[in-house]
Ligand binder design. Structure first.
Ligand SMILES: [Fe+2]
Length: 188
């Protein structure tokens, strides 16, 4: 379940219905999908896309998304800092940013046209749709682990456009939910 915070108001929202309603009020679609389909930690992309085929088809039908892939980040990901630095400053895209988290967790910040900046901590089972043009940025939590299905209307058009506002520097990437524990450690 996502945790929403509004740092400028010292406010935290954890009730599922309130989270959904608040995010809807700033144009962000949020859904929680259960149960997750079990896929191995090292499952290849094709296997994950197949396991979540029904969900992916549903999203494609709803949003005009034509392709899906899997982003898989862990502390050993090469050039991790370089990769993250592309997305942890305020930017926007020409198309929706759709993420369905299947493992790990991460932190989105949304800077809505009206109202204060909102942070959204997402984890497995969370589906987030950030509409095109929305100003936002993304950080990992301490474990540097996220695996998520991404959907695209046009993969070639998915480029960050930076606002150069400096807003993102004013917000610490603080994750408040329980720490992520890799599945292989849970079962020990
Ligand atoms: Fe983005």
């Amino acid at each position: 379940m996502a945790i929403v915070t509004i740092p400028d108001e010292n406010r935290k929202i954890e009730d599922p219905d309130e989270v959904t309603a608040y995010l809807a009020s700033i144009g962000i679609d949020y859904e929680q999908w259960e149960p997750a389909h079990p896929v191995a930690e090292d499952a290849p992309e094709e296997e994950i896309l197949e396991a979540y085929g029904v969900e992916i088809q549903k999203l494609k039908g709803e949003g005009g998304y034509v392709t899906a892939d899997v982003i898989d980040i862990n502390p050993e990901t090469p050039n991790l800092d370089m990769l993250l630095n592309k997305f942890n400053v305020e930017h926007w895209h020409n198309e929706d940013e759709v993420r369905f988290v299947i493992d790990g967790r991460g932190l989105f910040h949304i800077n809505p046209e009206e109202g204060p900046v909102v942070s959204i901590e997402v984890r497995a089972g969370d589906l987030l749709r950030v509409p095109r043009g929305t100003h936002h940025w993304f950080d990992l939590c301490a474990e540097s682990r996220i695996r998520a299905i991404r959907l695209f209307q046009d993969p070639s058009g998915w480029t960050p456009h930076y606002t150069d506002s400096g807003v993102s520097r004013g917000y610490e990437p603080v994750c408040l939910g329980p720490a992520y524990i890799p599945p292989h450690e849970v079962s020990r």
